[in-house]
Write a protein that binds this ligand. Sequence first.
Ligand SMILES: N[C@@H](CCC(=O)NCCCC(=O)O)C(=O)O
Length: 254
Amino acid sequence: MTRPIVLVSADVRPGDGHEWHAAAATYLEAVITGSDAVPLVLPSLGAAIDLDAVLTRVDGVMLTGARSNVHPSLYGGVASAENGPYDPQRDATTLPLARRALELGIPLLAICRGMQELNVALGGTLATEIQSLPGRRDHRAAQSDVQDERYGLAHEIEVEAGSCLAAVLGTAPDGGVTRVNSLHRQAVDMLAPDLLADARAEDGTIEAAHPQAAKGWALATQWHPEYWVASDETSKKIFAAFGKAMRARMRRAE
Ligand SMILES: N[C@@H](CCC(=O)NCCCC(=O)O)C(=O)O
């Protein structure tokens, strides 16, 4: 069997007078080393992409994190300069991509902004600047130029017993606790009707979720398992489970 191919979402960014559609290398490398799969970056060209033409040729989809926020108009919110930056081309690509991947039963791993996209794509809403909400901790990255510090494990999460994440991690019957990094200022507010919360931070922030009706394996994390996939057991297990789900689906299609 050949290695699974993972479609990876792209941010749209200016550079050298051009517009680039790019994904950070940490996500691409984690697909290779953690899932034993081949990453393929999908440009954020919205309706210009025939999603089925691509999705019938790949084995998994990964929605990456990004500093930009999902545009509030997509979940009934109000856009503002403070809430930005936005990436409307990415939104126009990733929201339909997530919905279609789930319809086709293609394994989906959604990370940070990716989890927020999945929630909005399925009808949920987001809370913004959660660090200023009563009782909530600051989930933003440490102020540092050193990536290992920004992506350092920052707080614990409680894993829901019997959840998709609990199965991936093989946690204790009561769900268990693990430590995660944290680089976000938005979070799930109203969880989409089809999503189930798999883990929460101590302040109630939903840290992982999965779609109940998904035909295939799907998991969303508000943290970044890609960054420590070489050394952190929780991160390793998530990428390994993603790879296993893709290979199982490939075998079924043989
Ligand atoms: N913008 C959203 C999404 C958070 C997210 O995906 N963060 C990744 C940051 C990557 C980096 O800064 O290195 C939010 O803030 O909630």
